[in-house]
Write a protein that binds this ligand. Structure first.
Ligand SMILES: Nc1nc2c(c(=O)[nH]1)N[C@H]1C(S)=C(S)[C@@H](COP(=O)(O)O)O[C@H]1N2
Ligand SMILES: [Mo]
Length: 333
């Protein structure tokens, strides 16, 4: 067990470091959260295959060597879990920033030929089993067709320069940058082009945000990541000397690039604009702002991100609600 999980979460199907461990732009592999709904399936890596089927001109099956023989692309992207599917508005702050390497989905689909009637792509993993009392034949997610022409969706074989291991979804997983992690199907066994959304448990029952707008229920699949930001330094409950020059820093990300990050050091009464670095591909973006606590006592530090479309973060009751920590300023002796 890695020491970073000790004050994070370490359960058989979930690992998560504390936010304060996320200091690097590229999250080291031993600090990347990991989550499986139904455990890690037994995979025979040598005989692994993925089949492209459904509304395609040619059903094609690729082995690992076929994919290794195709052009490989690198994509730097944040990787964020949407949280527990039973509690979609509870923030879990489970995020990393990594470099995936693999084959472009677009090139794989071009070989199969997508028929005009196709509107969704269902991706299935090799795992299934009992999920809180529901029998799941296979982990299946879906994506709308308009995303499939993007050049940065991968059939990934590597993470941060190393082959995907068993818990990460190896030998091959789907990676959909900008979408919540749940859409990046691990242990990928098939891509099925279909005219409608998948009827599976993780696409219909779970992972759909429901709101009532003007008396009508509006359902939004948990696909595109909403703007989000975290303060990495100082850590929650850190002790800082009054008057000490402190550089508050953290990360901001979302499906669309983040334009503005604001930081409050007084519990949300005033907000100052932080410096924000540009994003690289689908990476998270570093923000920072200088602060020196003027008085002793507890200070509430918060951050909020706004993307290029003007979308921000709610105060509460959302997976991307504003992050808030407490820092203790003391008189230095
Ligand atoms: N086959 C399969 N793929 C899966 C899952 C799963 O349970 N089975 N979990 C999803 C969820 S909810 C998340 S957040 C990410 C986690 O990926 P990681 O463990 O590599 O961080 O994988 C996604 N892909
Ligand atoms: Mo997740």
């Amino acid at each position: 067990m890695n020491r970073y999980w000790l004050d994070g979460v370490d359960l058989p199907n979930l690992k998560q470091p504390p936010v304060s461990a996320l200091v690097d732009f590229e999250t080291p592999r031993d600090r990347i959260f990991s989550l499986n709904h139904m455990g890690v399936p037994a995979i025979d890596r040598h005989n692994w295959k993925v089949t492209i089927k459904g509304l395609v001109d040619r059903r094609i099956t690729f082995g690992l060597d076929d994919l290794r023989g195709m052009r490989q692309y690198d994509v730097c992207a944040f990787h964020e879990c949407a949280g527990h599917p039973f509690h979609p508005s509870v923030p879990v702050r489970r995020v990393a920033n990594v470099v995936w390497r693999g084959v472009a989905l677009r090139e794989v689909l071009a070989l199969a030929g997508v028929k005009p009637q196709a509107a969704f792509m269902w991706s299935a993993g090799a795992d299934g089993g009992n999920y809180h009392g529901t029998e799941i034949p296979a982990f299946v997610k879906d994506l709308p067709l308009e995303e499939l022409s993007r050049d940065d969706i991968l059939l990934a074989l590597q993470l941060n320069g190393e082959e995907l291991d068993d818990t990460r979804g190896g030998p091959v997983r789907l990676v959909v940058p900008g979408y919540y992690g749940t859409n990046s199907t691990k242990w990928l066994v098939s891509l099925d082009l279909q005219a409608a959304r998948s009827p599976s448990y993780f696409t219909t029952v779970m992972y759909n945000d429901r709101q009532t707008l003007a008396g009508r229920e509006v359902v939004t699949p948990v696909w595109r990541v909403a703007p989000h930001s975290l303060i990495v330094y100082p850590a929650h409950e850190a002790v800082i000397a009054v008057g000490a020059q402190t550089l508050i820093f953290g990360w901001a990300w979302g499906a669309d690039p983040i334009e503005v990050v604001e930081v409050s050091v007084d519990g949300g009464a005033c907000w100052r604009t932080a410096q924000v670095e540009p994003r690289r591909q689908h990476s998270w973006q570093r923000f920072s702002c200088a602060w020196s606590p003027a008085s002793s006592g507890t200070h509430r530090l918060q951050c909020r991100a706004i993307d290029i479309a003007g979308r921000g973060q709610p105060l509460a009751e959302a997976r991307n609600c504003i992050f808030s920590i407490e820092v203790l300023a003391g008189q230095s002796t």
